[in-house]
Design a protein around this ligand. Structure first.
Ligand SMILES: Nc1ncnc2c1ncn2[C@@H]1O[C@H](COP(=O)(O)OP(=O)(O)OP(=O)(O)O)[C@@H](O)[C@H]1O
Ligand code: NI
Length: 342
């Protein structure tokens, strides 16, 4: 098994807001391994972008970060800001959501890429522009368009520019936050395949943040499922998709167009005061009494899958019966006859 390049341990991220403290990431632990594509999925507001940005310390506002983030031996949370600026893009690249907001509207695409080489690698103007042109070609844009401004590109083309920026310094890990959002189906797949192809060619790793489970199922090696600031399941992509271990993953699968389009019922929970016990219990069709009282841990099962659900644990306890399990529950199983394939 390949070794982890990024290890996140017990990451807590909270924002102080007028409505209270938002715990956007609550005890997240996961690793991204060398050469792997890890899909991070979950509904809107569950904390995916917060997680991606926390890795590169890009969060702003009244934010508190606790835990450990280590990339190839570098403890990111204790790097001085000056070193952090060198680290971003060079060691870990990031493509943030919404290219038109990330790109500078008054600089040409080529110039924005060239600036990266000038800043990080001290290249002269000519050389940096030549490299920028090569990078554009690599992502499928003619270098003849290097002097075009962001508004002259289509949505798909702008995403290609973002890919060029994210990979300009050949980082070992790329974080791509919803890189296909707002694109039509064909373009979506083209962009996702472009990113995956380039990452694989470099033997780099990819953290693919998306709420598109189908895309993650198709392209990722492993999938991590997030719910209300927590990871509820991590496992091999084909296993998570063919046999979801958490009721939430199962419900997400049923919400896909080809699988019934049954939206996950109930409300997305508040991250200021999340539900007690298992955070998914108010929406879970498999819940039993203990689910509202006992907070399940993320436990590894015999198949190497991590699942945070009382139904997948062998024994569980409630506050009232601290010493003995009240009863054994059958393991959760997703009620779907045909198997899932992407
Ligand atoms: N700078 C901030 N200040 C205050 N709250 C924030 C900030 N950034 C994010 N949040 C809150 O943290 C929670 C998680 O947001 P986040 O953007 O990480 O979710 P997400 O899973 O990426 O959602 P989406 O799929 O919509 O992009 C939300 O409740 C959001 O309102
Ligand atoms: Ni997001």
């Amino acid at each position: 098994m390949s070794f982890p390049v990024l290890t996140v341990e017990d990451l807590n991220v909270s924002f102080k807001t007028s409505k209270g403290v938002v715990k956007a990431n609550d005890g997240i632990s996961l690793e991204v391994r060398e050469g792997e594509i890890l899909g991070l999925i979950g509904e809107t507001g569950c904390g995916k972008t917060t997680f991606g940005k926390a890795i590169l310390r890009l969060l702003s506002g009244k934010v508190k970060l606790e835990g450990k983030i280590v990339y190839r031996g570098t403890d990111i949370l204790s790097l001085p800001e000056k070193e952090m600026r060198r680290f971003r893009g060079k060691e870990i690249g990031i493509m943030l959501q919404n290219p038109s907001a990330c790109l500078n509207p008054v600089l040409s695409a080529g110039r924005q890429i060239a600036e990266i080489y000038r800043y990080h690698e001290g290249m002269g103007k000519k050389e940096a522009e030549k490299k920028a042109g090569e990078m554009l070609e690599l992502v499928g844009i003619s270098s003849l368009r290097k002097d075009d401004y962001p508004h002259q590109f289509s949505g798909g083309m702008l995403q290609r520019v973002m890919v060029a920026i994210g990979l300009a310094l050949r980082p070992g890990l790329l974080i791509a936050d919803e890189p296909t959002k707002g694109l039509d189906t064909d373009t979506k797949l083209q962009i996702a395949e472009l990113i995956v192809g380039l990452v694989r060619k470099e033997n780099a790793s990819l953290l693919l943040v998306t709420h598109d489970l189908e895309l993650a199922g198709r392209l990722a090696d492993r999938i991590a499922v997030m719910y209300a600031g927590e990871i509820v399941e991590i496992g091999k992509a084909e296993e998570v998709i063919s046999n979801p271990g958490h009721p939430y993953t199962c419900d997400l699968l049923h919400s896909l167009p080809g699988k019934g389009l049954k939206a996950v019922s109930g409300q997305i929970p508040s991250l200021v005061s999340p539900p007690s016990g298992c955070r998914y219990h108010p929406r879970c069709s498999c819940r039993f009494e203990a689910c509202s009282q006992v907070r399940p841990e993320l436990l590894k099962n015999a198949g190497g899958r991590f699942i945070r659900c009382l139904l997948s644990g062998k024994e569980w306890k409630t506050e009232n019966a601290a010493d003995s399990p009240i009863r054994e529950q059958p393991a959760f199983s997703c009620t779907e006859e045909d198997t899932w394939h992407f």
